[in-house]
Design a protein around this ligand. Structure first.
Ligand SMILES: C[S@@+](CC[C@H](N)C(=O)[O-])C[C@H]1O[C@@H](n2cnc3c(N)ncnc32)[C@H](O)[C@@H]1O
Length: 252
């Protein structure tokens, strides 16, 4: 599902009406791709719990609730589906750290510039990439994300899109983002027997080429893996930008 362009043609992921109908039909909650427990090392390492966080295209995922349970104090959740937003508002009215607003991520003008220290996107850019005028929608959304991030802020993108299809959108000079890439297997993926790499390796950034691509010799352990792009809005010269190290203790 959502793996390639053919699934875009089957489902109208870029269409608000599709999402409204889906949320009416399914109700409940569902997290696309990964749960917070798997993403926690990345979220906690790059986005302090005191940050003002924007969750773009929150849907009916439990991720934001889990983040609050983990200490996050202020998460603004937006989604184009009024059905999802109404449901989530009701569900979380007793949790003041969570706020919900119906909004198109291509126009978030209700928020002033530099409003957030962190923006999290799990599957929403992917949805836009399935819609009409995908490159324009992506540029509108990412332009808004860039505008809304404080200097030094982080855009954390969790996606099925590999660097050949995502990097061209992320490395536009106007954003001045320094991008680190991680690759994690889909939930339930079993490593082939005899495979020696340890869990720690998922926490190490992939060394990308100057063009932002995977090294030629790189082999994907899980062909259905998820890519995590950590984009840091940098005020400084790119050459002096910081790189980060992740530690296994954040997996706890
Ligand atoms: C694949 S789902 C991901 C939901 C959630 N982030 C998760 O991880 O489970 C994509 C979400 O993006 C929302 N969406 C699609 N286009 C949007 C847009 N232009 N503006 C805001 N939200 C949008 C959909 O309504 C849907 O909830």
């Amino acid at each position: 599902m959502f793996k390639d362009v053919s699934s875009c043609n089957t489902y109208n992921y870029g269409d608000a009406l599709y999402w409204d109908a889906r949320y009416v039909e399914e109700g409940g909650s569902f997290d696309w791709y990964q749960r917070y427990s798997s993403l926690r090392p990345f979220v906690r390492n790059y986005i302090p719990t005191s940050s003002r966080v924007l969750m773009v295209g929150c849907g009916n995922a439990v991720m934001s609730e889990d983040m609050v349970a983990d200490g996050y104090e202020d998460i603004m959740n937006v989604d184009i589906s009024s059905v999802a937003i109404d449901m989530m508002k009701r569900k979380y009215e007793h949790i003041p750290q969570l706020k919900y607003m119906q909004m198109d991520v291509r126009d978030m003008s209700v928020f002033p510039d530099e409003s957030f220290e962190g923006v999290i996107d799990k599957g929403t850019l992917d949805s836009l990439m399935c819609g009409n005028d995908a490159p324009i929608s992506a540029a509108q959304m990412l332009g808004e994300v860039s505008r809304l991030l404080k200097p030094g802020g982080i855009y954390l993108l969790i996606t099925y899109g590999d660097p050949t299809v995502r990097m061209p959108h992320l490395i536009r000079p106007v954003y001045n983002w320094k991008v680190n890439l991680y690759i994690i297997p889909r939930p339930g993926f079993q490593r082939p027997e005899g495979c020696s790499s340890s869990i720690k390796s998922y926490l190490e950034p992939i060394p990308i080429t100057e063009k932002g691509l995977l090294p030629a010799e790189f082999v994907l352990e899980d062909p259905d893996c998820h890519f995590i792009y950590v984009c840091k809005k940098d005020d400084m010269e790119l050459s002096s930008a910081t790189t980060y190290g992740l530690t296994v203790d954040l997996l706890q």
